[in-house]
Design a protein around this ligand. Structure first.
Ligand SMILES: Cc1cc2nc3c(=O)[nH]c(=O)nc-3n(C[C@H](O)[C@H](O)[C@H](O)COP(=O)(O)O)c2cc1C
Length: 215
């Protein structure tokens, strides 16, 4: 598969099959992600890959915490909706309306989320405490590099805030140094084609809305 095909075909997967991803594939995906550019080659990020019984324990505790109504405590705070640009707020509202139309209501999505989308592998991405804002740019590139490498291998993905809403649970099972900030998780696995949540699509704004071209 060419890179442009991987970019065209990639979509977020919100329910994965009960099929593990080989550790060799996970390592290769991380290695290819590392080919991403970063500010003065700072490579400020760290990836913690979690699978198997450790991820199973995290999922179990996340589920119990979600069902108990535990508040999200992300280490990188989520920006309240009202503080996004008008344009971004409209796109978010449009996406959510589309999800409701596709699924009937938001429940299947919430149900998938509390089960961490049945992901057989999660890559937790961290940055050092006190990181430069530029490192968030670099981290995004690293994540996208991994996502494209995964797509090329037939491995589906989901970058999700949801994976990191209870850092205390993750830190109980994964040795993440205290001087690292947990930013995001990327779920990796094989897409379940029959899952209703995998029918969700995300339209893009026309190129003319975001692109200026001047000769
Ligand atoms: C930083 C970030 C956080 C995200 N968090 C979630 C999440 O918690 N739950 C979820 O279902 N999707 C999450 N997504 C996926 C986005 O909803 C998705 O990328 C967007 O709707 C575009 O759809 P596509 O990835 O299928 O092209 C996240 C994506 C990014 C980049």
């Amino acid at each position: 598969m060419e890179a442009y095909q991987a970019l065209e075909r990639r979509r977020s997967t919100r329910w994965f099959l009960d099929r593990p991803v080989a550790i060799e594939d996970l390592k290769k995906i991380a290695e290819l992600g590392l080919r991403s550019p970063s500010w003065v080659n700072s490579q400020p990020y760290h990836a913690h890959i979690v699978t198997g019984s450790t991820l199973a324990k995290i999922k179990e505790e996340f589920l119990a915490a979600s069902q108990a109504g535990k508040a999200s405590q992300p280490e990188l705070a989520a920006t309240p909706r009202k503080d996004w640009s008008q344009d971004a707020q409209e796109h978010m509202a449009h996406w959510q309306a589309g999800v409701k139309t596709t699924l009937g209501d938001m429940e299947p999505l919430q149900e998938a989320a509390i089960h961490l989308y049945n992901a057989p592998a999660v890559v937790y991405l961290t940055l050092p405490k006190g990181y430069s804002p530029w490192s968030l740019y670099d981290l995004g590139g690293f994540g996208m590099g991994m996502i494209i490498a995964a797509t090329e291998r037939g491995i589906a993905s989901l970058p999700a805030y949801r994976f990191v809403v209870y850092p205390d649970i993750i830190r109980k099972y994964v040795t993440i140094p205290e001087d690292e900030v947990l930013i995001l998780g990327i779920g990796l696995g094989y897409r379940d084609p029959s899952a209703v949540v995998n029918r969700i699509t995300a339209p893009r704004k026309p190129l003319t809305e975001l692109l200026d071209y001047k000769e």
